[in-house]
Design a protein around this ligand. Sequence first.
Ligand SMILES: [Zn+2]
Length: 215
Amino acid sequence: MIVVLTGAPGAGKGTQADMIASRAGFRKVSTGDALRKHVQIKSLIGQQAEAVMARGELVSDEILFEILREELGPNPEEKILLDGYPRNVAQAKTLNSLGKVHPVVLAIHLDVDASELVTRLSGRRVCGNCGATFHVRLTPTKASGICDKCGGSLQQRTDDREESVRTRLSVYDSTTKPVLEYYREKGLYDRVDGKGTTEEVFSKLNASLNRLGLT
Ligand SMILES: [Zn+2]
């Protein structure tokens, strides 16, 4: 069975998905990771996806679903945490078609308010030399703009500039929020407050899984 974990960019979904996998006995399935793996090993589907991305287009729902189905495997007993899928209602409905083997039993929304997300994402700085990541407020370097690890100068990714962040969040709002509504109507929705330390957020997620006897 499947637990879906959704959250806006910057909500801390990736970190929490890893914690749930290692501490609550789930296997994490991330369509993003699986897609990168296919591109890397140049599988047939990976080559198709790469050609699409090279044109600057998004990988189609069909390709993503094929990748997902392979990742899910045949075992209905397995507890799977789905990260990064479904991203729109069409994907949610397609996923529902696998319900006999892999029913979605819970969709958790890791909820962080927009202003906090903008602060988290726009405060990120990356070392141009060694790639280490810092945050101006959460994990500041000793000297402003200088990497603690190698002394290189820190940069902000174009993607993390405030304007880009707001665009990313509005794309998320318009495509993924309806997914939450879809699961709410099925009675499978739960909201978890994404504020707090990673441990605090994990214990709230764990409580949500516990209520359904999933841990
Ligand atoms: Zn560095």
